[in-house]
Structure formats: structure tokens, C-alpha cells
Design a protein around this ligand. Structure first.
Ligand SMILES: Cc1cc2nc3c(=O)[nH]c(=O)nc-3n(C[C@H](O)[C@H](O)[C@H](O)COP(=O)(O)O)c2cc1C
Length: 244
């Protein structure tokens, strides 16, 4: 076990922060690490907006369904998939190509990898954080508030700060369920998921003093149906994504 592996294995989302600012040098290091993430064809199809303005923080927190940590975190970074830059500057590229599904996939994957690098960098410097995809509850409002041009879609906010809680690590699916060899073998899935359901139920019972006792499949189904965000597709097409 080395330091990096230890850091990765101890990931936990942090939603409470000490009243301690993140200095500029640290912010710049975090962004630099995000930028060094691998990126499809070197397109670098994302933009990161640091949200300093408190009214904008309020707006974003509310858009996400009143997620307190978006207001309270010393550092909040809004990650956007960005094909606008490509459309403006990539020489000889047919403008239509930015509207195909593959281009959108590239932008989302690039932004997600960059966010994860930022989070790891921050964690290695003693910070903690949480991703807030809830901002897509009001994807159109967020785009307007942050003056996003066409072909730039808000994906998630990364809230960072010095941790003021230790929520503990959350158990993941049994490794055999997500790591398959040579083909998609699901012969043991039911058994593995039943076992995991019990593990998650025990985890939530302990973490919430019995208030929540959800099984994993139950919780995921409920969360999925609580916010289907069907309007996201329509918004994406309106701003030039996913037309083909
Ligand atoms: C793309 C993405 C969006 C997320 N959105 C939210 C969110 O809106 N609010 C929140 O509290 N946590 C959010 N999370 C955090 C997850 O709930 C969390 O990572 C998951 O429950 C596992 O817990 P852990 O990170 O503590 O291991 C998000 C995570 C990801 C990767």
C-alpha cells in the first residue's frame, strides 16, 4: 500500500468544512492537476468556473435542491462540458460535428475525469469535497446565471474545503460484480447484489441511528425516480448538443 492507494481507498464525500479558506496557490494547484487529466484527442472539452460570488452560490445551492455545502464550501468549482471552444477555434472542423452524440460524450467524459483529478489533488492536500450533480435540476437556469454560451453544459459542482466531519467510507458493490473477465457474466449477480443490499442496509442503519434502513437497490430506484430530469435532453439540444 502506498500513499496514493491509501488516499483513493479512503475516499469519502465531505459536506461539512472548517471555517478556513483555501489559498490561491492551493486552488491553482488543484486546477493544474485537473488540467493534466487525460483528455480525448487532447480536445480539453471542459471549462471550470470558480464560484466566488455569494449570490451566485445561493443560486446554485437552490438550483441543486438546497444543498447547503454549495453555499458553505470555501471553494466551489462548476464543471462544464465545453464544445463551444472547439466550434470557435478548431480549424477545418465541420460545425455540425459538435452536435453529434460522440462529441457530447467526449465533453462529459473529459469534464468528469478532470473533476476527479481535482478532487484527488485536493484530498492529497488535506481537503475534502463532494460532487453536486444536483445542479442539473435547473440546468437551464444555471446556464443563464453563469452566462454559458452555446455548446457549454453545466454538469456538476465540486465543493471543496478542509473537512469538519469524518463520515467514513461507504461500501461499494462486491468487486466480482463490477469486474468481469472476458465477457459479461451475470450468473452470480442476484446473489452478490442481495448480499450487498444487506451490507448497505446495515451501513445506513448504523450511519443514521436507524433512521434510514434502505437497501441499495431500493435507494437507487427511489433516487432515480425522484429526479428523472427529462428536460436536460431538451436543453442540451437547444444549446446545440445531441442533434445527431
Ligand atoms: C456525478 C456525481 C454527482 C453527485 N451529486 C451529488 C449531489 O448532488 N449531492 C450530494 O450530496 N452528493 C452527490 N454526489 C456524491 C455521491 O452521492 C457519493 O459519491 C456517493 O453516495 C458515494 O459516497 P462517497 O462519495 O462518500 O463514497 C455525486 C457524485 C457524483 C459522482
Amino acid at each position: 500500500m502506498n500513499e496514493t492507494i491509501n488516499l483513493l481507498l479512503n475516499h469519502m464525500s465531505i459536506r461539512r468544512y472548517k471555517d478556513k479558506p483555501v489559498d490561491r496557490e492551493t486552488v491553482n494547484t488543484i486546477i493544474k492537476c485537473a488540467q493534466m487529466a487525460p483528455t480525448s484527442s487532447h480536445f480539453q472539452a471542459y471549462t471550470i468556473i470558480e464560484i466566488q460570488d455569494s449570490a451566485k452560490r445561493e443560486f446554485l445551492a437552490k438550483a441543486a435542491g438546497d444543498q447547503r455545502w454549495i453555499k458553505e464550501a470555501p471553494l466551489v468549482l462548476l464543471f462544464c462540458g465545453d464544445l463551444h471552444r472547439g466550434k470557435e477555434y478548431f480549424e477545418g472542423a465541420d460545425p455540425e460535428v459538435f452536435s453529434n452524440t460522440e462529441s457530447y460524450t467526449v465533453a462529459v467524459v473529459d469534464a468528469a475525469i478532470a473533476m476527479q483529478k481535482a478532487l484527488i489533488a485536493a484530498q492529497s492536500l488535506g481537503l475534502g469535497g463532494v460532487v453536486a450533480g444536483g445542479i442539473r435540476n435547473d440546468v437551464e437556469g444555471v446556464a443563464k446565471e453563469f452566462k454559458l454560451p452555446e455548446l457549454v453544459c453545466p454538469l456538476f459542482a465540486l465543493c471543496l474545503g478542509y473537512p469538519d466531519e469524518v463520515p467514513g467510507t461507504k461500501p461499494r458493490l462486491p468487486q466480482e460484480e463490477i469486474h468481469k473477465i472476458d465477457y459479461y457474466d451475470e450468473s452470480n449477480s442476484r446473489e452478490l447484489i442481495d448480499k450487498y443490499n444487506q451490507e448497505i442496509k446495515d451501513y445506513y442503519t448504523k450511519r443514521t441511528n436507524g433512521k434510514a434502513q434502505d437497501r441499495w437497490t431500493e435507494r437507487c430506484g427511489r433516487l432515480l425516480m425522484a429526479k428523472t430530469r427529462d428536460e436536460v435532453g431538451c436543453f442540451l439540444r437547444k444549446i446545440g448538443f445531441l442533434k445527431r
